[in-house]
Design a binder for this molecule. Structure first.
Ligand SMILES: N[C@@H](CCC(=O)N[C@@H](CS)C(=O)NCC(=O)O)C(=O)O
Ligand SMILES: [Fe+2]
Length: 400
């Protein structure tokens, strides 16, 4: 199956869904918040399971739905390491691969539109021979692209690095015209000519192109020297995207707009352990491998209330009797790799985890407590989830 291309008319953004036909594991690239329902329905219609929500860069013109998709489908988020998207579970570097089923996307770091921008190159694991022909690709601007209408073997998702007969602008968000020229000419134009180009935007209803066609005809690049390209880009004088001030910070949190308190360590309250941290700080540390997140709630709470993907489970007490876990010491030592790793402990509302953190500190470990826990402290009506905590902060969690 060729990529499914979906369009958001308000921002002229293309979102792509690709999947492995055997395992039906799927990837979405550059999803848009207002199209969440459409994208969930498309995944359902295709009968696929989303395992990755990817970004090509921190967008300036619309807000991603990556975090919402992660929460609703259990997919993992991945974003370019150079885009300051701290909430993404995986920070992508040049040359990394993103695997779904038997298929792989290769990450190409292509700075220029923004310093961290990437493209994703998909060379299908096995070009299929026994499937019905796909829709013919549209030839942009009258150029004949490919006589072969079968499924295509090579695709490149170019973000805003290379657009059809154009390219992303370079006048904001760490843009750099010289870097963009190098990225396009050295990294994209060295891909096979037959690779299909799938851009993040098109403002003129064009849907796809190929590397060969863009190399030969893209008016910003064909026959242009690096200096000519830089001069051309610097003279564009485009108006700033309407939503840039709102969109960039939201996208640097995978589309979560809530701000449930600032990050940072509040060490004043800590008694007998290293400090208190916000759920956001804990998520950031976990994402960057600076701390191991340990869920100290009961097995029943994780099962019935929800859990944080990637967290280790070391119960402090167990339901129904709420007796102390006799293996807590050994398990918490193992979670910290015998003291080599810092721990961040999560409980229901940040109370049990203090006791667990104090005990683990006595064992010689470096341990932080996560304020508000998973469900948050109760509010004035004894309701949880309205005040603080992991879920209230909109951080990734799941329920089986
Ligand atoms: N009018 C649009 C502008 C969108 C825009 O500037 N898009 C960026 C990508 S984030 C771009 O590089 N556009 C290329 C171009 O307009 O040629 C808006 O306000 O959102
Ligand atoms: Fe962009």
């Amino acid at each position: 199956m060729n990529p499914t291309q979906l369009f958001d008319p308000a921002s002229s953004t293309y979102t792509y869904i690709l999947f492995d036909e055997d395992t039906r594991e799927a990837v979405i690239i550059d999803p848009v918040d207002v199209q969440l329902e459409r994208d969930l329905a498309t995944l359902e219609r295709l009968g696929v399971r989303l395992i990755w929500a990817l970004e090509t860069h921190a967008h300036a013109d619309h807000i991603t739905s990556a975090a919402q998709l992660a929460e609703l489908t259990g997919a993992r988020t991945a974003a370019p390491a150079g885009c300051d998207i701290g909430t993404a579970a995986v920070q992508l570097q040049d040359g990394d691969t993103v695997t779904f089923g038997h298929e792989q996307l290769r990450v190409l770091h292509t700075p220029g539109h923004t310093a961290g921008s990437v493209c994703f190159y998909w060379q299908r694991a096995e070009p299929p021979h026994d499937e019905p022909p796909s829709e013919p690709a549209q030839a942009p601007l009258g150029h004949e692209m490919r006589p072969d209408l079968r499924h295509d073997a090579r695709h490149v998702f170019t973000g805003d690095t290379l657009l059809i007969q154009g390219c992303g602008r370079t006048d904001f968000q760490s843009g750099d015209a010289g870097a963009l020229y190098d990225s396009i000419t050295q990294k994209l134009f060295t891909l096979p000519d037959t690779a299909i180009v799938w851009p993040c935007h098109d403002y003129h209803e064009r849907t796809q192109s190929t590397i060969g066609v863009e190399k030969a005809t893209n008016p910003r690049l064909a026959g242009k020297s690096r200096d000519e390209f830089i001069a051309l880009m610097n003279a564009l004088d485009l108006p700033k995207p309407r939503r840039i001030d709102e969109a960039v910070p939201a996208n640097q949190r995978s589309g979560l707009r809530q701000d449930a308190g600032s990050g940072g360590v509040a060490d004043a309250a800590a008694q007998g352990y290293a400090g208190d941290i916000t759920p956001q700080q804990a998520h950031e540390w976990m994402t960057h491998g600076k701390a191991v997140l340990v869920d100290v709630r009961t097995d029943a709470e994780r099962e019935w209330v929800g859990f944080v993907p990637g967290a280790l489970a070391v119960a402090w007490k167990q339901w129904p009797g709420m007796e102390l876990n006799p293996d807590f010491d050994a398990q918490i030592r193992a979670a910290a790799d015998d003291g080599q790793k810092t721990l961040a402990l999560l409980c229901r509302s940040g109370v049990r985890s203090i006791a667990a953190a104090q005990r683990a500190t006595e064992l010689g470990l470096t341990v932080y407590n996560i304020l508000g826990g998973f469900e948050g402290e109760p509010d004035e009506h004894a309701q949880r989830g309205h005040k603080n905590g992991w879920r209230h902060a909109g951080l990734p969690w799941r329920q089986n």
